[in-house]
Design a protein around this ligand. Sequence first.
Ligand code: ZN
Length: 208
Amino acid sequence: MTVNALSTGFYSADFSSGSLGLYDGSPAMMASAGLISALMQSLAAEAPAVAQPIWFETGRQWGASLINTVDQLVQAERGAPLSSLPFEEGAAYLQRWLPGAGYGAMAIETTGYGKGVVAVRLVNSLFVAAAGHAAEPVCHLYAGLFSACFSAMAGRELDCLELECQSMGASECLFIIATPKKAGGLRERIAAGEDRHAIAESLRAGGG
Ligand SMILES: [Zn+2]
């Protein structure tokens, strides 16, 4: 089913001036897979060593701005800041707003992945559409975005890594949000050659 994103009230459009905005009037833009693909190729060609951290950091800064917007919506609806809600409730608000923004279909899982670990499952990532097949995950912008959003909600620094990616042939992109120490441990296991899907399965079972 396709729903016009404008009908959610999160976006507003003024077709006479050709402008798109958020519900509060701040300007926005739409990005096609073609634009994202061009940006990915340009960065990879011009700055191959830092392309990934640039996407991640861009996502972090975008996420910090976005979570402020979600916080305002929550405060208007609940009369309390997002950070004061139980984590699961905050995650439900995030899940309510993000899918309408064209990131893909997202599901946040706050349980079942072991203590202090949140997972986000995503299908139809715009970055997968732009990159096609790849040997490594490609959705670094979203990893940064989730890192910033969940850090703000939890009130402490959280890292995010994309454990599985549809660009690598996985059925979904799987993001793991955890403490920097735990995320670092997962990166070490990947670097040591451990199978990404096997790590995902062990986390899903609540293991380390
Ligand atoms: Zn991905």
